[in-house]
Write a protein that binds this ligand. Structure first.
Ligand code: HEM
Length: 380
C-alpha cells in the first residue's frame, strides 16, 4: 500500500521455488477463522475470510493499474503508443471488475443462519474500513463532497492510524483518473477555434435541426401531432441549452449532476461522433472502458447490497455502525458515478447525416496515427 510495505527479496542459489516466490506460507497462514481459535468453528467463516482477502488482493492490483494509467496520462501530451497501453490496462481493469462483481455470488452460498453464528465476533470490523476501497474510489475520482455521510460522520473519521489518514487524504488531493481524463479530452484535436472549431459547427447543425422541427410544427394541421412536435422541440431546446450555455453547465457541476469541464465535454462528444476516424478509435475505446468501469462498480455496489439484504435484512445496523442496507442503497446513486457525463453523451448525439463534414485538413489530421512524441521516439 505504501513504500514502507516493500520488502527486499533475493533469489537463492538454486533458484526460487513456487511457494517461496509467492510467499505462500505467509499468505495462506492469514486464513485463520476466529471461531476456530475460539474452539467453536463455524464452517462458512473460512469462505467469508477467503472472499474478503481475495477482494483485497484484487483491489491491490486495481490500484497498481490505476496508478500506472494515471502516470501515463499525467503529461502535456499522451503519445499514441501510451494510448495503446492505457487502453489495454483499462480493459484489464474492466475484466477484473467483472470478476469482482461475479464473486459476490460465491459468498451468497453462505446461509444467513451460518453468518449469524459468527457475525457477533466481527464488530466493529466492516468493509467500510477497507483502505484500499477508499483509495480506489478517490483515485478514480469519487468526490468527497458528493459522498453519502456514514451515520452523521464523514467517511474518514473512522480511521485512526495517522499514516492511513494521510494516505487517503493524499489520494483525495492528487489528480484523479477523472481529472486527468478531462485534461486529455480538453486537448482533443479539432476543438481549437482557429482550426476546425467543432463546437461552433456542432451548434450550427443542432440549431438547424431544432429550427426545422419548429417549422414542421408550424406547418402541421393536426392539433394533437402539432402539440407533440412542439413539446419535443421545447424539451430538446432546453436540454441542448444545458451544454450550449456554459453557465448552465457549470451550475450542474456545482449541483454534482455533471463532472466534466465544458471543454472536456466537447472533446468527449467530438470523439464519440467521429469515432470511426482512425485517430479517434483508441480514444473512443478509452471512453467506453471508463463507462464500463463506472457501471461495474455500480453493479458491485448493487450485488453487495443485495447480499447484505439477504444476510442481515433491511433493519439491522452494519457491524461498522452504519444504517446497513439503507446506507449502502444510497451509495448506488449517480453521485458515485465518476464518468456520469460519458453516459449522458447519448442525449447529444446527432445522426451521421447531420454530422458537420470534416475539412480536408481535419480529415488528414484524424486519419494519421503519427504523433509528435511517437515520431520523436522513432527517431531515437
Ligand atoms: C456477508 C457478507 C457481507 C455483509 C453482511 C456486509 C455488510 C456490509 C455493511 C452492513 C456495510 C455498511 C457499513 C457497516 O455499517 O458495516 C458494508 C460496507 C462495505 N462492505 Fe460489506 N458486507 C459483506 C461482504 C463484503 C465483501 C465480500 C466485501 C469485499 C471487499 C465487502 C466490502 C465492503 C465495502 C468496501 C464497504 C463500504 C462500502 C461503502 O461505504 O460504499 N463487503 N458491508
Amino acid at each position: 500500500m505504501s513504500s514502507d510495505d516493500t520488502i527486499s527479496r533475493k533469489i537463492p542459489k538454486g533458484g526460487l521455488l513456487y511457494g517461496d516466490y509467492l510467499m505462500l506460507d505467509q499468505l495462506l497462514s492469514c486464513v485463520e477463522p476466529i471461531t476456530r481459535s475460539l474452539g467453536n468453528e463455524v464452517h462458512d467463516e473460512h469462505l467469508f475470510i477467503v472472499t474478503h482477502q481475495a477482494y483485497e488482493l484484487w483491489f491491490k492490483q486495481i490500484l497498481f493499474e490505476l496508478d500506472s494509467i494515471r502516470n501515463l496520462l499525467n503529461g502535456k501530451e499522451v503519445s499514441e503508443t501510451n494510448m495503446l497501453v492505457i487502453t489495454s490496462r483499462l480493459n484489464r481493469l474492466v475484466l477484473i471488475l467483472k470478476l469482482l462483481v461475479d464473486q459476490v455470488s460465491i459468498l451468497e452460498t453462505m446461509t444467513p443462519l451460518e453468518f449469524m453464528e459468527f457475525r457477533n465476533y466481527l464488530s466493529p470490523a466492516s468493509g467500510f474500513q477497507s483502505v484500499q476501497f477508499r483509495l480506489l474510489e478517490n483515485k478514480l475520482g469519487v468526490k468527497n463532497e458528493l459522498r453519502v455521510n456514514y451515520g452523521k460522520s464523514h467517511y474518514l473519521t473512522i480511521f485512526q492510524d495517522p499514516k492511513i489518514i494521510e494516505l487517503i487524504k493524499k489520494s483525495e488531493q492528487e489528480p484523479s483518473l477523472c481529472d486527468l481524463i478531462q485534461r486529455w479530452l480538453e486537448r482533443t484535436p479539432g476543438l481549437e477555434e482557429e482550426d476546425f472549431n467543432f463546437w461552433e459547427r456542432y451548434k450550427e447543425v443542432v440549431n438547424g435541426m431544432l429550427e426545422s422541427s419548429l417549422r414542421e410544427a408550424e406547418q402541421e394541421t393536426d392539433p394533437g401531432v402539432k402539440e407533440h412536435i412542439l413539446n419535443d422541440y421545447k424539451q430538446k431546446t432546453k436540454v441542448f441549452e444545458t451544454i450550449f450555455d456554459e453557465s448552465i453547465h457549470n451550475g450542474l457541476i456545482t449541483r454534482g449532476e455533471r463532472r466534466f469541464s465544458h471543454r472536456a465535454l466537447q472533446g468527449a462528444l467530438m470523439i464519440s461522433l467521429y469515432k470511426d476516424q482512425p485517430r479517434f478509435n483508441q480514444p473512443y475505446h478509452v471512453l467506453t472502458s471508463l463507462m464500463d468501469i463506472d457501471s461495474l462498480i455500480t453493479k458491485w455496489r448493487y450485488n453487495h447490497v443485495q447480499m447484505v439484504l439477504r444476510m442481515i435484512g433491511s433493519h439491522q445496523m452494519g457491524t461498522g455502525g452504519s444504517a446497513g442496507y439503507q446506507y449502502l442503497r444510497s451509495t448506488m446513486s449517480d453521485r458515485y458515478k465518476v464518468f456520469v457525463d460519458l453516459f449522458n453523451l447519448s442525449t447529444f448525439l446527432i445522426s451521421k447525416d447531420y454530422l458537420p463534414l470534416l475539412t480536408p485538413k481535419m480529415k488528414k489530421k484524424l486519419s494519421t496515427l503519427t504523433h509528435k512524441q511517437d515520431s520523436d521516439e522513432d527517431e531515437s
